[in-house]
Design a protein around this ligand. Structure first.
Ligand code: KIV
Length: 264
């Protein structure tokens, strides 16, 4: 595999090739995933739960994100490194630029931000300063206190339209990727068909262009509650490398996620 860029992911979408991506937080796992040919790794602020034992992503700092991004970026040869901007670090375009710089300096190639159409000016400013942006809509974990828990988003015609409009606005502002989390499968498919940029789903059915899984969900070692859309690929294979390869091939064939691992 050669070095993956946002153009490589766009090409996969244009050629209707589904792709799997996974989170990574440290050198050892990043190196394993990279050598298995995972096209993109997300240094997710889910590290708040899986690495730091927190109940949510709210307490994760941009310094935490930069530290883990550097650990991942140093050991990756080909995978594209996407890093999450942490809670309240991108509420203005100016703050977003200052904080995105920390992640880019740590080795990220794309930053991810959570929220809707109100983030369009942030996306534009980052792009104008050389920072590609992955937008994240649906069940955006940084909004857990606004949502009143981890609840499926985009159910019903009006809510689905609001998310579709947000996705289109973020794409128009220059986002190069979109993550859709915990939305009904038909909305996941609609987003992928309506947007030109790759749409990566998690709990969004198998009609999206790509999938992302928290690595702990793929290995069956999630602390606390395991989400409905997770699948323990390690239990099925008994080997970490084979588990990652199985995950990639099941995404590529459309076998993962199946109906039970999706929301209707
Ligand atoms: O932080 C994270 O791991 C994420 C994924 C769940 C998409 O944002």
């Amino acid at each position: 595999m050669s070095k993956v860029t946002i153009s490589s992911l766009q090409k996969m979408k244009d050629e209707h090739k589904r792709f799997g991506t996974i989170t990574a937080y440290d050198a050892a796992f990043a190196s394993l995933f990279d050598s298995c040919g995972v096209p993109a790794l997300l240094v997710g602020d889910s590290l708040g739960m899986v690495m730091q034992g927190r109940e949510s992503t709210i307490g994760v700092t941009i310094e935490d994100m930069a530290y883990h991004t550097a650990c991942v970026a140093r050991s990756v040869k080909n995978s594209l490194v996407i890093a999450d901007m942490s809670f309240m670090t991108y509420d203005t375009p100016e703050k977003a630029c200052l904080n995105a710089a920390k992640l880019m300096e740590a080795g990220a190639s794309v930053v991810k931000i959570e929220g809707g159409d109100w983030l369009a000016p942030v996306v534009e400013r980052l792009l104008h300063n050389g920072v590609p942006v992955c937008a994240h809509i649906g069940l955006t974990p940084q909004f857990v206190n606004v949502f009143g828990g981890y609840k499926i988003q985009g159910r019903g015609e009006e809510n689905a339209k609001r998310l579709l409009d947000a996705a289109l606005a973020l794409e128009a502002a220059g986002a190069c990727l979109l993550v859709a989390e915990c939305v009904p499968a038909d909305l996941g498919t609609l987003l992928a068909r309506s947007l030109k940029i790759p749409v990566i789903g998690i709990g969004a059915g198998n009609g999206t262009d790509g999938q992302i899984l928290v690595m702990h969900d793929a290995f069956g070692i999630t602390p606390g509650h395991t989400p409905k859309f997770a699948r323990n690929f390690l239990a099925e294979t008994g080997d970490m490398r084979k588990a990652v390869e199985l995950y990639l091939s099941e995404v590529e064939s459309g076998a993962f996620p199946n109906h039970q691992q999706s929301f209707s």
